[in-house]
Design a protein around this ligand. Structure first.
Ligand code: COA
Length: 434
């Protein structure tokens, strides 16, 4: 047994013991998504309830499973602050049992560093320790650097967590205590790709040159685009999310990362969630590197690659080109994540293009996602000054460089035919078009 293994043995404990490190009022933060430390949080929820610990805040980005700490009544013990709303914390937020903190994803580390006290606890799930004493953050390296200011670092070691490369390691000497959890990490089924998604994907694919560097966001459309890229060559990836579809494109010989100007030959991402086959692909794969989100999502870093193509989605857009991706009216639905980070990075990249792609309607064609003005309370995620390409199943338009009246006409062309007349009427009444 080497000295790191001895240290591991000394720090290894049980869930009920590790949660004795928490106290009322603690500020706790973890890496995002799949790396949320589920066994530690479950044990913490039990202890907090039994011993009436109160005022613990848990910051996390995009929880991917139901957990005890978010059950009704738990909020006085552990208050969840969401950094990107998902299907698992949407209702607690709507019911006032949790809260949402708006921020560009790439700006979160700086915000926490400058405006927040040192975290009492940094915790997350990691892959097993290597012979040099390092654990990999695995599927998310986003906020991992915040551990350097934390008073305590608690780890949940899981043998099913892939060991990713990049700037995503924590050493046993930094760790306060750890537990082991063998429950398989969360897999997320692939998004359903509709015929509309495929049509949209095909239009975007025509705009992507060989050698481009891709960012693909969450949802069916980004994945449909990937399906339409099989005849491209030498694509690269610099993307906050590493998607399942990127593995298929790699195996098809489409992604080589060979034309990238920075991190040449490497996939770069800050997180992934998806199929087990994706976790197996990134495991100990030196061509895949995970970095903190303030590196991956920094528009100046993104723009160092040429022909950056960013593909994201939204909830609605108005005739001025203002895009709401986060809310349905005033109700938080998701977060902005890195949408604007990548829109701006792509715009600053030589030959870069950004696409906001969405189905033209919601709720079985009863609601147009193209509106005269945004719904009252809807938040602007991507401003009209940032918007570049907009795509629906009815076509593609480059709004950048167009005047207000030209934009409105293009957006009406992209709307479902049954809404075009009322949109035209509204545009006239608002004096956008004559
Ligand atoms: N008005 C009313 N309802 C609307 C609506 C609108 N304008 N737009 C969508 N909806 C409804 C849909 O009908 C659907 O409801 P249902 O489930 O009852 O059918 C629901 O809202 C979700 O819409 P959908 O189009 O299925 O979106 P989604 O859940 O697949 O994804 C995101 C939403 C994530 C695409 C969107 O919130 C987003 O773009 N967020 C920004 C994220 C981002 O870009 N991050 C950077 C890259 S990771």
């Amino acid at each position: 047994m080497n000295k790191w293994q001895e240290m591991y043995k000394e720090k290894l404990t049980t869930p009920s013991e590790i949660v004795k490190h928490f106290k009322s009022g603690d500020f706790c933060i973890s890496n995002g998504q799949v790396t949320e430390p589920i066994a530690i949080l479950d044990a913490l929820a039990d202890r907090a309830k039994q011993e009436n610990l109160t005022g613990i805040t848990h910051y996390n980005l995009l929880p991917l499973r139901q957990q005890k700490y978010m059950e009704p009544g738990m909020e006085k013990h552990i208050r969840h602050i969401s950094l990107f709303v998902s299907g698992y914390d949407r209702e607690p937020i709507w019911e006032g049992r949790a809260d949402y903190l708006p921020s560009f994803y790439g700006s979160l580390p700086k915000m926490f560093q400058e405006l927040f006290p040192a975290p009492d606890v940094f915790y997350c799930t990691v892959s097993p320790m290597d012979k040099h004493g390092y654990f990999s953050f695995g599927t998310a390296a986003d906020l991992g650097e915040l551990r350097r200011r934390a008073k305590k670092i608690l780890l949940e070691v899981n043998p099913t967590m892939p060991r990713t490369h990049g700037q995503c390691f924590v050493h046993i000497s930094e760790v306060t205590a750890l537990i082991e959890n063998n429950e398989p990490i969360t897999e997320v089924p692939p998004p359903r790709i509709s015929d509309k998604d495929k049509a949209i994907g095909g239009m975007i694919a025509e705009e992507i040159p060989n050698g481009a560097t891709l960012q693909l966001g969450i949802g069916g459309i980004p994945n449909a685009v990937a399906g339409a890229l099989l005849d491209k060559k030498d694509l690269g990836v610099h993307s906050e999310m590493f998607c399942d579809s990127m593995v298929d494109l790699y195996h098809a010989g489409v992604i080589t990362n060979g034309c990238k100007k920075i991190n040449k030959g490497k996939f770069v991402a800050t997180f992934t969630f998806g199929a087990r086959s994706t976790y197996d692909f990134i495991d100990d794969n030196p061509t895949v590197e995970f970095y903190p989100v303030d590196y991956v999502n920094d528009p100046y870093v993104i723009a160092q690659n040429d022909n950056v193509i960013s593909i994201n989605s939204c909830m609605e857009i108005d005739l001025f080109g203002q895009i709401c991706s986060e809310s349905i009216g005033p109700k938080n639905f998701s977060g902005i994540g890195g949408q604007l980070d990548f829109v701006r990075g792509a715009m600053a990249s030589k030959g870069g293009k950004s696409f906001i792609a969405f189905s033209s309607t919601a709720k079985k064609d009863t609601i147009s996602k193209i509106k005269p003005v945004l719904t009252t309370g809807a938040v602007v995620s991507t401003t009209r000054n940032d918007v570049d390409y907009v795509v629906t199943e009815y076509g593609i338009a480059r709004l950048r460089g167009l005047t207000c009246s030209q934009r409105a006409k293009e957006l009406i062309r992209l709307a479902h035919p049954k809404f075009r007349e009322e949109l035209t009427q509204a545009a006239k009444e608002m004096h956008i078009i004559p």
